[in-house]
Write a protein that binds this ligand. Sequence first.
Ligand SMILES: [Zn+2]
Length: 156
Amino acid sequence: MAVLRKRNRREDQIFVEGNIPMEYLYTVGPTLEPFFRKLKDKGEFNGVKCGRCGTVYVPPSLFCEACFEKMTKNVKLPSKGILESYTVAHYDHLGEPLSKPEIWGLIRLDGADTPFVHRILGDPKNVELGCQVKVKLKAKAKRTGSMNDIDGFVPA
Ligand SMILES: [Zn+2]
């Protein structure tokens, strides 16, 4: 059978069951590694500022989405910001009911132009659009260098 020939009948299909052992190493890359390292080691937020248009990205990006400039200027940002949007989830990703509702928000740190998604901690009754939020980090010994080093954001 030629490689490009299409099989149209299901009974012609060949199924092979089994496992393929795979090893891999995932890295976050040269742009995000300093961000996660600073978050893990110092509990600080590091962003990048575009040298051409001034847009500040958190988490950092290699190139500016607005003007395509390569970004190299790191900026330190505070651990507080604005809740730009949010939703209250009552079911998990498998469709199972949660024991209590979770709040997921779009947070833009003060001084940043780009928001990111994270948990909002607390009662949904105390959350409103545009409210100030501040970060709640995991204990330093429990941080691993990921967005999960952040427990969530608390309305300030
Ligand atoms: Zn730019």
